[in-house]
Design a binder for this molecule. Structure first.
Ligand code: DX5
Ligand code: ZN
Length: 217
């Protein structure tokens, strides 16, 4: 099973509920929500109170990507606000195993994220405990950036480790995913595709989602 996850960062915030309805009808599976603190990443986006309202606007599961320092302070609140998936970065968590357990204890699926310059091998001792790994294919902070091409070989390497060890862990990709690269990513082993500009930036979201689903099926 593969999942298309439109990223609300690129949606029109003046009519969010309509935006979610449109992609849901078109076949999107999960709404990806980027929480940014202006500290771990240069940009500031939204927090738990917005997630709570988003949860009331859509029936789709919410995938909350935390680009914030000290995420452990907020995990319970995000889970209570309606997050079904919560991911935290490897780069800013000294006690990653503890934070991953905290996410699971709060009742959400737990993911670890690595930035483009972080190699896959650092995940060796957290892979048995996570539900998914998010590979960033752009430097986090902004939508609409260009896909960093060597992420493709990180997908292949990670897929190999997961298969060899038989881990129950999905691979998610985030940044610059579009109709031109989604098939290659899917063939390399990606299960969850985060798409901001390529879906919400299009004037025919339904057609883009349908084409994406055809390419990954
Ligand atoms: C970037 C965010 C992404 C962003 C992706 O820091 O994590 O989720 O919304 O947007 P696109 O698909 O436009 O690169
Ligand atoms: Zn994201």
């Amino acid at each position: 099973m593969k999942f298309i996850c439109p990223s609300m960062l690129s949606a029109n915030f003046a009519k969010l509920a309509d935006e979610f309805k449109e992609v849901e009808i078109a076949g999107a599976d999960i709404i990806h929500c980027d929480v940014m603190d202006g500290n771990f990443v240069p940009n500031i986006s939204f927090g738990q109170s917005v997630i709570k309202q988003v949860n009331e606007m859509t029936n789709l599961p919410l995938d909350v990507h935390l680009m914030i320092n000290e995420p452990s302070r907020y995990i319970k609140e995000f889970a209570e606000a309606g997050a079904d998936f919560i991911s935290v970065h490897y780069e800013n968590n000294y006690h990653l195993n503890r934070v991953i357990n905290q996410i699971k204890d709060a009742g959400a699926k737990a993911g670890v994220v690595i930035n483009p310059a972080t190699p896959v091998f650092v995940l060796e001792n957290i892979l048995p405990f996570v539900d998914f790994v998010l590979l960033m294919s752009v430097n986090p902070g902004f939508g609409g950036q260009k896909f960093i091409s060597n992420t493709m070989s990180k997908v292949t390497g990670l897929k190999k480790i997961i298969a060899e060890k038989n881990y129950n862990c999905k691979i998610q990709i985030d940044g610059g995913v579009d109709l031109n690269n989604i098939k290659e990513l899917s063939d390399a082993g990606v299960d969850m595709f985060v798409c901001g500009a390529s879906i919400f930036g299009s004037d025919n979201r339904a057609e883009v989602i349908k084409k994406m689903k055809d390419l990954i099926s």
